[in-house]
Design a protein around this ligand. Structure first.
Ligand SMILES: [Zn+2]
Length: 145
C-alpha cells in the first residue's frame, strides 16, 4: 500500500517526501468536512416542522424540498382541528369569507377564525409564511423553543 502511494507521488512530482502524505490527508479531510457541512446546512431547516399561527399549531412534513401534509392542531389538546369553510361558498364579499377551525375534542369550540378565504386560501397563507421563515432564517428562533 505504502509503496503504491510513494509511486503515485513519484509519478506526479518526480520525488516523494512524507509531508506529501500529510498534506494529502489534510486536503481530503477538509474536502469531506466541507461537503458534510454544506449538506447539513441544507437539511437544517427540516427540523422546523411546527409553528404557531392564527392561534393554532401547524404541523407538516418535508418531501424533498416541498412541504406536505400541512394541517392545524388544537393548542390545548393537540388533536386535529376541523375546518369549516362552508360559509365561504355563499359569501360574495371577500371580507365575508371566513374559515373556522374547530376542535371536536374540546367540545366543538372555535379555535380560530380566518377572514378572507376558504381552507385552500388558509393553507396557502400558512405555507407562504413557513417558506418565508425558512428563507429569512427566522425559523431558527422557532426550533429553539
Ligand atoms: Zn382541543
Amino acid at each position: 500500500m505504502m509503496s503504491y502511494i510513494k509511486l503515485f507521488f513519484i509519478n506526479i512530482f518526480g520525488y516523494y517526501e512524507l509531508w506529501m502524505i500529510w498534506l494529502s490527508i489534510f486536503i481530503i479531510a477538509a474536502f469531506i468536512i466541507t461537503i458534510v457541512l454544506v449538506l447539513n446546512r441544507d437539511e437544517e431547516y427540516k427540523k422546523f416542522n411546527s409553528v404557531f399561527l392564527y392561534n393554532v399549531i401547524w404541523k407538516w412534513k418535508y418531501k424533498k424540498n416541498s412541504i406536505i401534509s400541512l394541517w392545524c392542531y388544537c393548542p390545548e389538546c393537540g388533536s386535529e382541528l376541523m375546518c369549516d369553510d362552508e360559509y365561504c361558498r355563499s359569501a360574495i364579499m371577500l371580507t365575508n369569507k371566513t374559515t373556522f377551525l374547530i376542535c371536536q375534542k374540546c367540545g366543538e369550540i372555535e379555535k380560530s377564525r380566518i377572514v378572507g378565504g376558504d381552507r385552500n386560501y388558509l393553507l396557502r397563507m400558512v405555507r407562504l409564511e413557513i417558506q418565508k421563515r425558512i428563507r429569512n432564517g427566522t425559523y431558527k428562533d422557532e426550533t429553539k423553543k
